[in-house]
Design a binder for this molecule. Structure first.
Ligand code: C2O
Length: 543
């Protein structure tokens, strides 16, 4: 195993997109940020130097960080922010994970521009023929204003935050957007060869459909775990998720678009300027009569509200064979996830620009999470500092109701709190997450830090604790770190709480995270050296 040393310098640089320059926060002046390429079993030592004028932290999305929450990164959860001029070195080891993950800032909305891919090559070999070539495809969003300014405005006015102005592939909007053709990402292929695409949805607030014109994709991995291969023309990928696919260059030599378009909450249908493209370019592709390359062929993408296609794709992902899912349960948790609206005490005050003079909010089990300001949750737990959080997060919602919409307004207003749910070390957990359908039905991509989990079931409508568990897949469920709660439906996951520390569970739509759609598990220290959190590093940023 190797140790990889990197220096990540956070600084602002001008980047031009859609005919305009923006001074964006980057790592080492790169957008997207540097790709980390390691092997299963390797260690990383990444010194983050903050040369910007704002606080930052970096999260290694999907890395288990076993007994090592200090390297996880969410601000005020496992560490306090790295202040301007300060540094912090993240040290962690890859343990039994292979495939694609990514890293991103975990501080307000900085991840809009601060992100990159984290590729974990196999320790020995792939469970499929080694592809001739690999290519990361980072799907993202581009904003025409500073993302943090958008966030601040939304928090001040209580309105929904503004949407992005373009979707991107590796930071490039692509041919369908103005001033973007020059930078369009090109993926060269040789006829007859196979290529591995590592697709990541880095978008702040948008689930996406993805397709390649005339080509099939064979899904072989998701969230750094291998999957049972299956073939598809369309995929849906939610923010936080990764999907590895093999593509055979088996079509007539030409140029084909890879394209992504919105799933849910889209402003428009496919093939307008909300579709980002890159080009799969056969090396032997012929040119037109004028000697210029021919126009690439567009794939057909589903309508933004095509829930059936999105759901079928996600349900098709399975582990390659039998896996070790807990069959007995110690903690049976049921969390409602969703938006809400708060009435404002002063009608039509500037802080109430939501529908009918309300303010948007979001919650899990009716608790809208408030991040601490004076300390991180993990440091407070480890050092026994009182008053930073409470451990009374409810295991079930305070009131049961019909989660398919049409509920009384009284249920729309969550309470705020910094509440953690305590899990005993090694307890076997089942967690069902149910969309409340309040305000709107929506897919919430829920991400759990410090763990991967098995997705044992999902469905539409109200979860039925009597009949649904009997249908759970306890044989070959996929292992993931981010899974969508289907719009107006539920998803069930299982995991063993074998990683002590404080671990965030949140909606990876940052608009929802900012509104409080998050909570944290406090997994207690076990007894003995190998079951407890390692001590904090000396350079952990002071609070
Ligand atoms: Cu990818 Cu808490 O985040």
């Amino acid at each position: 195993a190797e140790i990889h040393y990197h220096e990540f310098v956070a600084r602002r640089v001008p980047v031009k997109r859609l005919c305009k320059n923006h001074n964006i926060l980057t790592i080492n002046g790169q957008f997207p940020g540097p790709a980390l390429i390691v092997r299963n079993g390797d260690s990383l030592v990444i010194k983050v130097v903050n040369s910007a004028r704002e606080n930052i932290t970096v999260h290694w999305h999907g890395i288990r960080q076993l007994r090592n929450p200090w390297a996880d990164g969410p601000e005020y959860v496992t560490q306090c922010p790295i202040k301007p001029g300060a540094t912090y070195t993240y040290r962690f080891t890859i343990i039994d994970q292979e495939g694609t993950l990514w890293w991103h800032a975990h501080s307000r909305w900085l991840r809009a521009t601060v992100y990159g891919v984290l590729i974990i090559l196999p320790k020995f070999s792939y469970p499929f023929a080694t592809p001739k070539q690999e290519f990361p495809v980072l799907l993202g969003e581009w904003f025409d204003r500073d993302p943090n300014a958008i966030l601040r405005q939304a928090q001040f006015t209580g309105a929904q935050p503004n949407v992005s102005v373009a979707y991107t592939v590796n930071g490039q909007p692509g041919d369908l957007y103005r001033c973007s053709s020059q930078g369009t990402v090109r993926i060269p292929v040789v006829s007859g060869e196979k290529i591995l695409l590592r697709i990541v949805n880095t978008a702040l607030n948008q689930e996406l459909f993805f397709s390649i014109a005339n080509h099939q994709m064979t899904v072989v991995g998701a969230d750094a775990a291998y999957t049972k291969p299956f073939t598809t023309r369309i995929m849906m990928i939610a923010p936080g998720q990764t999907t590895d696919v093999l593509v055979s260059a088996d079509q007539p030599p030409a140029r084909y678009y890879l394209a992504a378009s919105a799933y849910q909450t889209a402003m428009n249908a496919a093939f307008d300027n909300t579709t980002t493209t890159a080009i799969l370019e056969y090396k032997s592709a012929a040119c037109g009569k004028n000697g210029r390359p021919l126009r690439p062929i567009l794939p057909r993408l589903p309508a933004f509200n095509d829930t059936a296609t999105a759901t079928a794709f996600t349900a098709g992902i399975k582990s390659p064979g039998r896996v070790n899912v807990p069959t007995e349960i110690d903690e049976n948790l049921f969390f409602t996830v969703g938006l809400g609206l708060n009435n404002c005490s002063v009608p039509n005050s500037p802080r109430c620009q939501g529908p009918n003079g309300t303010r948007f909010t979001a919650s899990i089990n009716n608790v809208s999470f408030v991040f601490p300001r004076s300390n991180s949750l993990m440091q407070a737990y480890y050092q026994g500092v009182p008053g930073v959080f409470t451990t009374d997060f409810p295991p079930v919602p305070p009131v049961k109701f019909d989660y398919t919409g049409n509920v009384s307004r009284g249920l729309w207003q969550p309470r705020t709190g910094t509440k953690l749910f305590k899990l005993k070390y090694n307890s076997r957990v089942q967690l069902v997450m149910q969309d409340t359908s309040i305000v709107t039905t929506e897919d919430h991509p829920m991400h759990l830090h410090g763990y991967h989990f098995y997705v044992v079931g999902s469905g539409f409508g109200n979860f039925n604790p009597k009949t649904d568990p009997a249908k759970f897949n306890l044989f070959d469920p996929p292992q993931r770190n981010t899974i969508g709660t289907p719009p107006g439906g539920w998803v069930a996951i299982r995991f063993i709480a074998d990683n002590p520390g404080v671990w965030l569970l949140h909606c990876h739509l940052d608009a929802h995270l900012a509104l409080g759609l998050t909570m944290a598990f406090l997994v207690e220290n076990g007894v003995g050296e190998l079951q407890s959190v390692i001590p904090p590093p000396a350079d952990l940023p002071p609070c």
